[in-house]
Design a protein around this ligand. Sequence first.
Ligand code: PRP
Ligand code: ZN
Ligand code: MG
Length: 216
Amino acid sequence: SSENSNRLKIAIQKSGRLSEKSLALLKECGIQITTSPNALRAEASNFPLEILFLRDDDIPEYVQDGVADVGIIGENVMLEKGKKLELIDKLGFAKCRLSLAVPRGTTYDDVSFFDGKRIATSYPKILGEYFKEKNVNAEIHMISGSVEIAPSIGLSEGVCDIVSSGSTLLSNGLKEVETVLKSEAVLVANPDFNGEKRKNFEKLLFRMQSVRRSNK
Ligand code: PRP
Ligand code: ZN
Ligand code: MG
């Protein structure tokens, strides 16, 4: 039905650093959502909106393909995976940094340390660009999770991953040595949807911006 095709689809992280605050933001916008524990989608009862709960890393692909119209992800994921996403707004939560880290006992002077070294990361694109800019020739190894374990199992001399509280680095015997990127949650959109759906999105965006202003 036309009612169905006008319904905006937003993708948010299923579980992780962004999940709770993404859902809270929608609720603060006055949107009523009933979530059931393992459901991967939910419908708002008072707004033409469907919520898809996905792995954050997959959200850029889903939004680019139009499976979802908009999404909330970390800027880090947008820069690594986003090819044709429209950056709508920064959302001010889930602040973190993408950093290089090495085993705590390592003598480290500057970024040239990484010359000829192996680095494990889930962010090969961002890290590759960073090293290129710094004229560092390192061997980047792509790993999609539990990156911080790599040095202790002899897979690499360093890692490049997201640091928030720092407790993951600490418990894996690593120290942060360079900040590659600062990141926070962002709202992204497929650039190609129009009509009623766009209007509904603009309504939602207006509410989000009011919520953000009143929370400041
Ligand atoms: C990041 C990173 C660490 C953790 C660090 O994962 O990969 O696992 O957060 O946080 P801490 O400094 O507070 O210990 P992220 O939240 O990006 O989730 P994902 O890797 O599962 O997508
Ligand atoms: Zn993720
Ligand atoms: Mg992780």
